[in-house]
Ligand binder design. Structure first.
Ligand SMILES: O=C(O)CCC(=O)C(=O)O
Length: 271
């Protein structure tokens, strides 16, 4: 699958492209089972909420289990990204953002930010030649804290300023967000499970706390153009890639298989 000329133009102009239900319910159910095995407050790759041990995010899922190693090589993810970046790509990061519904510790939202600013300032990624592919693992509705984006904000360049106190390393002021909003509006990205969002790494995005009973989880892979490598390696490989080999697509029907997952999880003692 390759984006059409019209879709490519929309991505360049708006900074994102959403494919509803790209993966089937069975494929999403398979991923959900794999995720269930990783969600554990003792997993060293997990980030918990500040209070309590509710897992908020798991970094580096492609480094932890074979299904998530294969998934970013799915031709329907890899081909569009290569086409939009006009380059071979490597995986810079992967994440699982869990926004469980009602919990004693609510899962917080994410303030307005541009991903590239963090990677540029913190890791020395030279250029905004990266795309985040988000896979929706749940039905994303207006009510369960969807991802919101400001279309065309990726065209403005850096909008934030460095703030070592901030969890995100930088902040975007309300004035800057308002300026971008006045030009591009705000769009909430909704869709059934299996939908895929391709997002330019400079697009302003955010989400709120999930105060609904409905889970809203996303799995994301960050693909970077092959020459666009970070220069600062202060953080472990779950944050800053070390493997810059170009990804090679796998046959689509080889992605959602589980033999190796069981082995991985037995090795990690997580069964
Ligand atoms: O999961 C969300 O709602 C926000 C995710 C996000 O901002 C990110 O992964 O950069």
């Amino acid at each position: 699958m390759l984006p059409t000329r019209d879709q490519t133009a929309r991505f360049k102009n708006d900074g994102y492209l959403l494919y509803p239900a790209l993966f089937s319910m069975d494929e999403v159910a398979f991923l959900d089972r794999c995720i269930g095995r990783l969600v554990d407050a003792n997993n060293p790759h997990a980030v918990c909420e500040r209070e309590g041990d509710e897992v908020r995010m798991i970094h580096g899922v492609h480094l932890q289990n074979d299904s998530f190693r294969r998934l970013p090589r799915h031709p329907d993810l890899l081909r569009p990204v290569e086409h939009l970046l006009e380059s071979e790509v490597y995986i810079y990061q992967s994440r699982l953002n869990l926004k469980t519904g009602f919990r004693s510790t609510p899962i917080r939202g994410y303030p307005w930010h541009q991903d590239f600013s963090v990677w540029h300032l913190r890791d020395g990624m030279p250029e905004p030649r990266a795309i985040v592919a988000f896979i929706f693992l749940d039905d994303v509705t207006p009510c369960n804290a969807p991802l919101m984006v400001i279309p065309r904000s990726h065209l403005t360049g850096h909008l934030g300023r460095r703030d070592p106190e901030s969890e995100n390393y930088f902040v975007v002021s309300q004035d800057r967000v308002t300026e971008e909003f006045e030009k591009g509006g705000i769009v909430a990205l909704l869709g059934p499970p299996g939908s895929v969002l391709f997002m330019h790494c400079n697009l302003l995005h955010a989400s709120t706390e999930n105060i609904s009973p409905m889970r809203r989880s996303l799995c994301s892979f960050v693909y970077s153009a092959i020459t666009n490598r970070p220069r600062i390696f202060d953080l472990p490989n779950r944050y800053t890639a070390r493997d810059f080999s170009p990804l090679v697509a796998l046959p689509a029907d080889s992605i959602f298989r589980c033999e190796r997952d069981d082995e991985d999880n037995i090795r990690r003692g997580r069964r």
